[in-house]
Write a protein that binds this ligand. Structure first.
Ligand SMILES: *Cc1c(COP(=O)(O)O)cnc(C)c1O
Length: 378
């Protein structure tokens, strides 16, 4: 965690709103993930925070990448190119998975030259892939329970387990190779049972596929690894015990296991510093207006269903206050119930654990540009 004094001095130097990325925290989070899941290669989900510096730091740590758009693919590929003269063609599956089950024609045509590993979950995608990216390898995305996850994904993606083997067969008939299975238990998954169920479903599909002549070699257990926004979230160590023992029980040693953690790598590496630009009293309650809000770094409140705490550097008796963003939209509410001391216009506040799905989904709505980004401990 970047210390309060440093946050204040960075804000003094760069202005606010300021989005501070701590690369020491990134390295720590990545190393912890590898230590807790020794059998699993981590493909960082770039959409959580696509800063090129983050990609570089994680690449140097040995990370691979989950990309889900042509721009994200290029971003990662550029950085791999810039970082050594490896034979990239053999190397690419080890470093990049294109994990968006639905791709447009242009993306498939572009990707094909790299013989990428891509996910799919429906028969239209098989047809498109055969036509526009015949050199791609496939991983079938399977629908699994997302019960209790903060962000639910199972209503949008994933083949029903009952149709999985038929979809694998469809791909083979089209001359494509299905290398393995993937799933996503939902983001910020605090119900660890989701992983157990997903692994059981995947194991059953692999067995059935194998008995029909389609042996697979990889399993992608997706993202969902929770960040500790508060102490109610059980530690990653506990999830690791559950996941590792279930993998050991259900999958042979020669099945390659990958995961796509996003939030678990970047959430705690990001801190926002914002400034109080206005103050009012409404119905006896203090209301603060910040120069960042729900259309900016706090966009995760809306898109990610995540609530961030707003903290003051200043001490003093606290009162429940409202915190608003700078735009003219009434939706632009950061918090209705923040416990804050008596702040003045010009005072700084900060929010921790805001590294994932925050600035990544910020807009320039109403003419307020996204926060400036500064990298520390690079
Ligand atoms: C968003 C996403 C991830 C990252 O999920 P987290 O919950 O942030 O770990 C991984 N895989 C896929 C396919 C995704 O869409």
């Amino acid at each position: 965690m970047v210390k309060a004094e440093e946050l204040k001095s960075l804000a003094g130097e760069h202005g606010t709103p300021l989005f501070v990325v701590d690369h020491e925290a990134l390295r720590r989070n990545y190393a912890k993930f590898r230590r807790l899941f020794p059998r699993v290669q981590a493909y960082y989900a770039v959409k959580a925070n696509p800063e090129p510096e983050i990609v570089k730091t994680l690449y140097d740590m040995g990370a691979s990448f989950d990309v889900a758009s042509m721009a994200e693919f290029k971003l990662v590929h550029e950085n791999i190119k810039g970082l050594g003269a490896k034979a990239r063609q053999d190397f690419i599956w080890d470093k990049i998975i294109y994990a968006n089950p639905v791709k447009d024609k242009a993306t498939l045509e572009y990707l094909d030259r790299y013989k990428p590993l891509v996910t799919y979950d429906n028969v239209e995608e098989v047809k498109k892939t055969k036509k526009y990216a015949p050199h791609a390898g496939l991983a079938l995305r399977v629908r699994v329970p997302n019960t209790g996850s903060m962000v639910e994904l199972s209503s949008k993606f994933g083949a029903a387990p009952g149709e999985a083997v038929d979809l694998i067969e469809e791909a083979h008939k089209a001359g494509l190779v299905v290398e393995g299975l993937s799933f996503h238990v939902g983001s910020q998954c605090t119900n660890f049972e989701n992983y157990v169920q997903a692994l059981s479903i995947a194991s059953a599909i692999m067995d059935e596929a194998s008995s029909r002549g389609f042996a697979m070699k990889l399993l992608d257990i997706g993202g969902g690894f929770p960040a500790r926004y508060d102490n109610g979230v059980r530690p990653l160590e506990e999830l690791a015990r559950v996941v590792n023992s279930t993998i050991k029980r259900l999958f042979p040693e020669d099945i390659e296991i990958l995961a796509e953690p996003g939030r678990a790598i970047v959430a705690s590496a990001g801190t926002l510093v914002a400034e109080v630009i206005g103050k009012a009293y409404r119905d006896g309650r203090r209301c603060y207006y910040l120069n960042d809000g729900i259309y900016g770094t706090y966009s995760g409140i809306f898109f990610d269903h995540c609530q961030y705490r707003v903290k003051a550097f200043k001490r003093g008796a606290r009162e429940i206050s409202a915190v608003f963003g700078p735009t003219c939209d009434a939706l632009d509410v950061v918090s209705q119930t923040e416990s804050l001391p008596d702040l003045a216009v010009g005072d700084l506040v900060y929010s921790e654990n805001i590294g994932a799905y925050s600035r990544a989904s910020a807009t320039s709505f109403n003419g307020f540009p996204p926060a400036k980004v500064v990298h520390v401990n690079l």
